[in-house]
Design a protein around this ligand. Structure first.
Ligand code: FE2
Ligand code: FE2
Length: 272
């Protein structure tokens, strides 16, 4: 096995660790005893249960990363740091549900445990994660503006900021990976095309974890996205998200990816 080492340069995961260590919020700071029950609507509970199911995938994701990135210490260290934050999101949303007298179905969470299969390439895996982070960043921010219960509003805002940071870091590691493995660019473009070429929110957790029997009677992440598009999102919200994803991938790969047609053209060019 060849080992991709960053030589004598400082590991990026150390920069990330220092940054999080200095600035990151803590679950203990969330004012759960100040939750305003008079402002809680049933839709909030559904959305937060969906968020719990999405966030609970962190374990499967970390497991998958550890299997797939055996040759990359720096990214693996980042994945562990990232995983802690996602567990924090999972348990912060769970704590809010407890504060309003709701419960999470542990069997549904446990069904999320199995690891992800590797992507078609490691770059495709990183690209998939850029999309999932940009998506939850967008959704959490919009939902935060929409909800009126102040503790949930604050939690969604903080989680949304974290997801923006995660998208940046996955983009960083994807760029590093593509510098060393430009032959993986087509797999990144295929990933983009798969997730952005239709008019609904496609999220990797929904794509990879649908059809589990344990999820038949619970909210899933897709329940949340459907409710988001039906009840929360402004007209143009999905286009805005897809535009953001396309711009990120455009700067990552150097191709014009501003429309589905442009993505298909770039894919053909990159395959030579
Ligand atoms: Fe998260
Ligand atoms: Fe995230």
């Amino acid at each position: 096995m060849t080992v991709d080492l960053p030589g004598m340069a400082q590991m990026h995961s150390l920069d990330v660790f220092r940054h999080y260590d200095r600035t990151h919020w803590r679950l203990a700071e969330l004012q759960l005893d100040a939750v305003d029950l008079t402002k809680v609507k049933p839709e909030y509970v559904t959305l937060v249960k969906s968020a719990v199911m999405g966030e609970s995938n962190v374990i499967a994701a970390v497991h998958g990363f550890m299997n797939e990135f055996l040759d990359d210490y720096d990214f693996s260290a980042f994945a562990v740091i990232w995983g802690y934050q996602e567990v924090q999101h999972h348990y912060a949303f769970t704590s809010w549900l407890q504060a309003v007298g709701e419960e999470v179905d542990n069997r549904a969470v446990a069904a999320m445990r199995a690891p992800y299969d590797p992507g078609s390439t490691p770059s495709a895996t990183l690209a998939t994660n850029i999309i999932s982070e940009l998506t939850v960043n967008h959704v959490y921010r919009a939902v935060s503006q929409w909800v009126e219960e102040p503790v949930l509003k604050q939690l969604l805002l903080q989680a949304s900021r974290d997801e923006a940071g995660h998208a940046r870091e996955f983009r960083h590691f994807a760029a590093k990976r593509l510098e060393r493995h430009p032959e993986e660019i087509p797999s990144v473009l295929e990933t983009l095309y798969f997730y952005t070429s239709d008019d609904r929110i496609k999220h990797p957790v929904g794509v990879f974890k649908s059809g589990l029997a344990e999820l038949e009677t619970t909210e899933t992440i897709d329940t949340g996205f459907e409710m988001f598009l039906d009840t929360v999102a402004d007209a143009g919200s999905l286009e805005e998200l897809q535009g953001k994803i396309r711009r990120t991938f455009g700067s990552l790969t150097g191709y014009d990816l501003s429309s589905n047609k442009a993505v298909r053209r770039a894919l053909a060019t990159s395959l030579g």
